[in-house]
Design a protein around this ligand. Structure first.
Ligand code: HEM
Length: 421
């Protein structure tokens, strides 16, 4: 792979002896014990090895995570600084996630990133929460209509996966039939099979067509608001930003919804909510952000110069992976966590922190989508129960994402409400 930074003169680092491979089932079966072991053996900043022997630092300390995310000049989210570009083959499996520099809110840093934020954030903030909630209710009802007569469902494939992308498609102003195709496309991309690359191209084409369509005929939607911003952007930048918004919003919201449903279905403390009460939905969702957060590890940040972090020496161009789940579970903050969960404290790292964190408006949208989805499910299928023993539930096989591969449930069959069947 040609390197944006290969001429930068940084000595290429090889993994130190004793580095921890960032792979293996414990990242999804038993992550907090694994992080505690790492903490004991390696401290708050751990030398890890990515597939292909690529070195990185995994930040697992709460304090160190604050230090990194609060220092965007020293640790920008700027992949072009990476001192490993010369060692990365074009088919490296993590390349789509780590990112190749492309001009969007997600793959820019510093002033250029702030330029994108200044256009995207106000467009997200202008979404009417009451309208959004109504749209979520309608889409949730339609999805439930598709399986409510069966008495069984997979809450991930049938509900948690399609709901956020269909809602996002509506917010963007995609016509309904394109929204359904976008949902299928995102699923193929998330599954990461042989056709994932083709799905990515289709995703890009959807967004390019949408930009052209809204330029010709603006409406009351997110894309038209972005286009109306007086700051000039190219069509490619608009399309890239739309891809970033959709990709950043889709799976985390799906997993927030799915992990919260898993918690409510497996933990007796939430049984009352399933029986018709709604009070603990918010509590389950907040507990998930602390204990079972959708973005477990995030790539990443890149050091702008040599520095120290914890007890480690970080070289210019080193990649830092943000261990968001590990920081939430750091014993230094742990004693406050159960209190935090109950009081709705949101000092967790689920949405990251600092200049590159998930925009507050996006966090609010995600909360409305996940909460409305759960509430409609509980209203429509109040006697829902797991169809398999809790210990048989399987996590996504990824150290980076934390969600369920499926969530099979049974319930008393009920009639569709929208005339869909
Ligand atoms: C409607 C749903 C959502 C939308 C539209 C959305 C949008 C975005 C965008 C545009 C960014 C890039 C921000 C920037 O570079 O300035 C971002 C980053 C991020 N989002 Fe979200 N997001 C959504 C839901 C979520 C959820 C549910 C989670 C986790 C619970 C989450 C976690 C994150 C994280 C960890 C980052 C990376 C921040 C960093 O690099 O420090 N997002 N999101």
């Amino acid at each position: 792979m040609t390197s944006p930074a290969s001429g930068g003169g940084c000595p290429v680092q090889r993994p130190e002896p004793g580095t921890v491979p960032l792979s293996g089932p414990r990242f999804h079966t038993d992550p907090q014990h694994l992080y505690n072991e790492m903490r004991r053996e390696h401290g708050a900043v751990v030398a890890v090895e990515l597939p292909g022997g690529v070195p990185a630092w995994l930040v697992i300390g709460y304090r160190e995570m604050h230090q990194v995310t609060n220092s965007p000049e020293l640790f920008p989210r700027d992949v072009s600084l990476w001192n490993q570009w010369g060692n990365i083959p074009a088919d490296w499996p993590l390349l789509p996630m780590v990112g190749q520099p492309m001009p969007s809110i997600y793959f820019t840093a510093g002033a250029e990133h702030r330029r994108h934020v200044a256009m995207v954030e106000p467009a997200l903030e202008a979404v009417d929460p009451f309208h959004l909630r109504r749209v979520c209710e309608e889409l949730a009802d339609q999805l439930i209509d598709g399986f409510c007569g069966r008495g069984t469902a997979d809450l991930v494939a049938d509900f948690a996966e399609p709901l956020p992308v269909l809602v996002l498609a509506g917010l963007l102003g995609l016509p309904d039939e394109d929204g359904a195709d976008l949902a299928r496309t995102m699923k193929v991309m998330a599954d990461g099979g042989a056709d994932a690359q083709a799905a990515y191209l289709r995703f890009m084409q959807h967004m390019q067509r949408l930009v052209a369509m809204k330029k010709a005929r603006p409406g009351d939607d997110l894309v038209s608001r972005m286009l109306a911003d007086p700051m000039p952007f190219t069509d490619e930048e608009y399309a890239n930003d739309l891809m970033a918004i959709t990709a950043a919003g889709h799976l985390p919201t799906c997993d927030w919804l799915g992990n919260s449903m898993r918690l409510m279905l497996t933990d007796d403390r939430f049984a009352a909510a399933l029986g018709g009460g709604r009070r603990s939905v918010g509590q389950a969702m907040n507990e998930v952000l602390w204990e079972d957060t959708p973005t477990q590890i995030l790539a990443g940040r890149w050091a702008a110069r040599d520095t120290r972090l914890g007890d480690k020496v970080i070289r210019a161009g080193d990649m830092l992976l943000l261990g968001l789940a590990a920081a939430n579970g750091d014993p230094h903050v742990r004693q406050h966590v159960s209190e935090a969960v109950h009081t709705g404290n949101n000092a967790h790292f689920a949405f990251s922190h600092g200049e590159y964190r998930c925009p507050f408006a996006a966090q609010h949208l995600a909360e409305i989508i996940a909460r409305t989805g759960i509430e409609v499910l509980l209203d429509r299928l109040p006697d829902m129960d797991l169809a398999v023993p809790a210990q048989n539930l399987v996590r996504r096989p990824s150290p980076f994402l934390r969600g369920m591969t499926s969530l099979p449930v049974v319930f008393t069959p009920v009639r569709a409400v929208g005339g869909f069947q």
